[in-house]
Design a protein around this ligand. Structure first.
Ligand SMILES: Cc1cc2nc3c(=O)[nH]c(=O)nc-3n(C[C@H](O)[C@H](O)[C@H](O)COP(=O)(O)OP(=O)(O)OC[C@H]3O[C@@H](n4cnc5c(N)ncnc54)[C@H](O)[C@@H]3O)c2cc1C
Length: 575
């Protein structure tokens, strides 16, 4: 059996920042960091636009309180305000800390860290490294982990969380290289497995964003929080869905419809293109529904709108958002200096996740904490984003709460022993499950079932939702889940069996999707990203509360938990 003081699942920004904090606090601690990709291929590496912090470099009137208010208003008042205060207060410090580690942020003319505008933020406070911010930060963090001697298990897939008697004790893991199974135990386990964008058919997320950590937590009988809140980013490149960063609008690009009109003046006149993402995605969807979208031949009525950078000029485009120019050029042959880019909303971010307190400890219910179990980053819900995340607050959350969770773990394990667990039992069970999947005499290929499933989630639980449509979606989902039992794997081998991994990932996607749909059905109001056509208003009397969703094969159970309000009383949200 493998043993460490701490095991972290996930090598993105949250997992690697936590690992670094643990070994910085106590270099004698042994940390095992497991990732199904190489850590520097975690989705964090793709983050483009930047990380918010009220450094006051671009705008001396900014403050952490202003950042906190923008975040709470952006969340449609569902965020826990104690967690938001920590996020925004600690932001300047974590940026400077990253800078000292060697992260190459873009600079203002006077040499200080540059800061740009971002949607829903009232001041220019987003720090960036051109439009490759995640790349700059993650590489530096991983270099640091190597220096500190953290053990990295790259290309190991965690199949199960071992939770016994209310305590997280270890994990079951599978080596992609040769099919070896192993059990690892530790005094504390942390989940930092990122989001679930692949639940939908059009997403900005990478292929590995399949919600595994959420599914394994739910399968262990623990709840997920606010999982109905799915962020649609307004500008996914049409038709592929890859992200064109909000930084492009932050630097001045326009959204225009078929009439060539900046239609955001109808939806958010004071913020225009820099309204929060939920409002902008709904505006684009409404324009398309009203026949003011554009077709690939440029005629009216089609399913995208334009992101227009032409007035920005070549020099600005190439220095501030070169990667976005390159994406449109490489994928569609479009030169954004001279032509507008076709875009439409794409699934981007998970506001909900594994419920944690502000020390990263996982909640087993509204009132209990689970022993030995921690989470941070996109997989967790602390909840700083509530019903809608502001751009550039997620990298910030990963670093602030990654650091806090790492510090909390280093403290927590001081007087704890390695837990006892029956290695043989878990190894046999995992080997049997994998063999059963390989031997299954099915007729469907994974890609067929996954496509049907992703289409179902996209159609029945998208930007706009309603009772009858979601009920239909749940019925459809149950049918597709039955097909999973008839999946056939062609690869029966042990070496690099990516087909097997895809089958395991599909299981995660299906569990998470069912939890999203069911929680969305139960929230009979519109708040942030959750827009119900049958309940168009926010309902603070009945729904100013967090959803806690429990999964079991017998059915899904929903409970609720209060929202923490400190400084900002809920108001109508206008931009
Ligand atoms: C294209 C794009 C651009 C973005 N731009 C920005 C931005 O500019 N600013 C901003 O604030 N936010 C941005 N975001 C959001 C932000 O990047 C993410 O929310 C954040 O990076 C998530 O980090 P994480 O550490 O939680 O997870 P990730 O970086 O997704 O890492 C997850 C890790 O978990 C591992 N893992 C998953 N499942 C398993 C398993 N079963 N077994 C073992 N390992 C597993 C993966 O291998 C990986 O190492 C962007 C997101 C996207 C998709």
């Amino acid at each position: 059996m493998l043993e460490h003081d701490v095991i972290i699942i996930g090598g993105g920004l949250a997992g690697s920042r936590a690992a670094l904090e643990i070994v910085r606090t106590n270099p004698t601690l042994s940390v095992g960091l497991i990732a199904k990709t190489h850590p520097i291929r975690s989705h964090s590496v793709a983050a483009q636009g930047g990380m918010a912090a009220s450094l006051q470099n671009a705008d001396p009137t900014d403050s952490w309180e202003a950042h906190a208010f923008d975040t709470v208003k952006g969340s449609d008042y569902l965020a826990d305000q104690d967690a938001v205060e920590i996020l925004t207060r600690e932001a300047p410090d974590v940026v400077i800390d990253l800078e000292h580690m060697g992260v190459l942020f873009s600079r203002a003319a006077d040499g200080r860290i540059a800061q740009r505008a971002f949607g829903g933020h009232s001041h220019n406070r987003t720090c960036y490294a051109a439009d490759k911010t995640g790349h700059a930060i993650l590489h530096e963090l991983i270099c640091n982990l190597m220096q500190y001697g953290v053990t990295i298990y790259d290309e190991w897939y965690v199949t199960r969380l071992i939770l016994e008697d209310g305590q997280a004790k270890g994990v079951v893991m599978y080596h992609l290289l040769d099919g070896q199974l192993a059990i690892a135990r530790a005094k504390a386990i942390m989940v930092a497995t990122g989001g679930y964008g692949r639940v939908y058919n059009t997403t900005s997320n990478d292929y590995a964003s399949t919600g595994d950590g959420l599914a394994m937590t739910a399968l262990a009988g623990l709840p997920l929080e606010d999982i109905e809140f799915v962020q649609f980013h307004p500008t996914g490149l049409y038709p592929v869905g890859v992200l064109i960063s909000e930084a492009v609008r932050g630097e001045g690009a326009y959204l225009i419809n078929h009439e060539g009109r900046r239609f955001m003046e109808d939806y958010a006149p004071s913020r225009m293109e820099l309204a929060p993402r939920d409002i902008t995605s709904r505006a684009i969807t409404r324009e398309i529904r009203a026949g003011r979208g554009i077709n690939p031949d440029g005629s009216a009525g089609g399913s995208f709108i334009y992101l227009d950078l032409r007035h920005m000029g070549k020099e600005k485009i190439m220095s501030r958002v070169p990667f976005c120019w390159e994406e449109a050029h490489r994928l569609l042959g479009i030169d954004a200096v001279n032509e507008p880019m076709p875009v439409r909303p794409t699934v981007h971010y998970s506001m909900g996740g594994i419920p944690v307190n502000t020390e990263g400890r996982v909640r087993g219910s509204a009132t209990e904490l689970v022993e030995g179990f921690f989470a941070a980053g996109e997989a967790a819900c602390v909840s700083v984003h509530g019903a809608n995340r502001l751009g550039s607050n997620s990298l910030l959350e990963c670093v602030v709460y990654g650091r806090r969770t790492g510090a909390a773990i280093a403290h927590y394990i001081q007087n704890r022993k390695l837990p006892d667990l029956d290695e043989t039992h878990y190894l046999t069970e995992a080997a049997d499950q994998i063999q059963a999947l390989i031997d299954q005499p099915g007729t469907y290929r994974i890609a067929q079932i996954r496509q049907q499933y992703q289409d179902c989630m996209t159609q029945y639980c998208g930007v706009f939702r309603s009772e009858s449509v979601m009920q239909e979606g749940i019925a459809k989902l149950k049918e597709i889940q039955q097909l999973y039992r008839q999946v056939r794997l062609d690869d029966k081998g042990k070496d690099w069996n990516t087909e097997l991994i895809e089958a395991l990932e599909l299981r995660s996607l299906m569990i998470v999707g069912e939890m999203i749909l069911t929680s969305a059905l139960n929230r009979k109001e519109s708040r942030g990203s959750h827009a119900r056509e049958d309940y168009p208003d926010r309902d603070d009397t009945n729904f100013l509360k967090h959803t806690l969703t429990y999964y079991s094969a017998a059915g899904i159970d929903i409970q609720y938990m209060p929202v923490i309000i400190t400084q900002f009383q809920p108001q109508e949200r206008k931009y």
